[in-house]
Design a protein. Structure first.
Length: 366
């Protein structure tokens, strides 16, 4: 649980007028997200040997399957990791369904399985029960966890401490980015990909650059919005999931995330003139699909805001600046820039992003 913090600045009477820049930067969410560069540097330095050893182990004896175990933002990090691991190693990756163990007490078959558990707190009962069941069934458990004293950390066969430091805002930011960075580092070592290794090593500096990018052009169009689609594809889809969650969590804005390949089906029926869309386009083929879908939305009258890494920082009224990097790393840089935007939007809509109603830092699901 997290203490309820006072509002970082007075709310507006109508919940809509923008507040001052100082109010926006006074939130814990802003300050913690701004620390992501330093946190990732700590993560990489502290876990270099562990990640290298894990990569060597996985190259020598690849698992038949990888399962991920996570909730909320951590599960969105797992989606990012799924695309990285599956595309770079060829090993299938699937998300666990914790209720299979915690509610139904099903017996698992997990020989030659890698279980990756991701959590900021490492204390959710259903996550712990699932990890214990996989470990008992023969899986090798890798835990990506921020609280190194947690039961999850103690249960791990391989512990990768996220090193995000204290995170007091209910809205997770730097711990999520550290989880993404850890998954990228594991994948780079497992796949023995020097280009990815170089990109991961550059992450702290690139995150600092991404934080300095200005996405404030999106605040006014979204300030009075009631619905929003967020689209991406490939590794970026996990970031789209996270962006939609943060819009709901901190801005009370109903947002849904879609793969750019899926959004053309039923969801397209909802698109009318002015319907807002946030598109996250990486510089590779996955980004091409996002660009095509965004163009189709615009043709139907949607208000499209697109972060396009292919433009390498160039921007306009509807184009948000994004950095070109290794395509697997670009989504991490986009979510860093997004966090500054969603914090500002939350304040502009009259909310406190640090203490959303009805939410707590640690959610205990059974």
């Amino acid at each position: 649980m997290t203490e309820t913090l006072p509002d970082p600045a007075p709310r507006t009477s109508d919940g809509g007028a923008p507040l001052s820049t100082n109010a926006t930067e006074a939130t814990l969410m802003f300050r913690e997200a701004a620390e992501s560069s330093e946190a990732v540097a700590r993560l990489l330095a502290a876990n270099a040997d562990t990640i290298a050893a894990l990569g060597a182990r996985l190259r020598a004896a690849p698992p038949a399957v990888v399962v991920t175990c996570a909730r909320g933002s951590s599960d969105h990090a797992a989606v990012y990791g799924k695309y990285l691991i599956w595309t770079k190693t060829g090993v299938p990756v699937a998300a666990t369904a914790p209720s299979v163990v915690s509610l139904y007490d099903a017996k698992l078959s997990a020989a030659n399985t890698l279980c990756i558990a991701i959590s900021q707190s490492g204390r959710s009962p259903d996550l712990l029960a699932t990890v214990a069941a996989y470990k008992q069934a023969g899986a090798h458990v890798v835990a990506l966890v921020n609280d190194e004293s947690s039961p999850l950390a103690e249960a791990a066969d391989t512990l990768i401490a996220l090193k995000a430091g204290p995170e007091r805002s209910v809205a997770a930011t730097k711990s999520y980015i550290c989880a993404l960075a850890a998954l990228a580092a594991i994948t780079a070592e497992w796949s023995d990909d020097d280009a990815m290794r170089t990109a991961v090593a550059a992450l702290p500096a690139d995150l600092a650059r991404a934080w300095d990018l200005d996405w404030s052009a999106a605040v006014a169009p979204l300030q009075t919005a009631t619905n929003l689609f967020v689209i991406a594809r490939g590794p970026g889809f996990g970031i789209a999931n996270e962006a939609a969650l943060k819009m709901k969590e901190t801005c009370a804005l109903h947002a849904e995330s879609f793969s750019s390949a899926e959004v053309r089906h039923g969801p397209m029926q909802l698109v009318q003139d002015g319907f807002p869309l946030l598109a996250l386009a990486t510089s590779d083929a996955a980004g091409d699909g996002v660009r095509e879908a965004a163009a189709e939305f615009a043709g139907r009258g949607a208000h499209v805001l697109i972060a396009d890494a292919r433009l390498d920082g160039r921007h306009g009224d509807s184009v948000l600046p994004a950095l070109v990097a290794h395509p697997t790393i670009e989504p991490i840089l986009m979510v860093q820039s997004f966090y500054k935007l969603v914090n500002a939007l939350s304040v502009a809509r009259g909310f406190n992003p640090d203490a959303p109603s009805h939410l707590a830092k640690v959610t205990c699901t059974l």
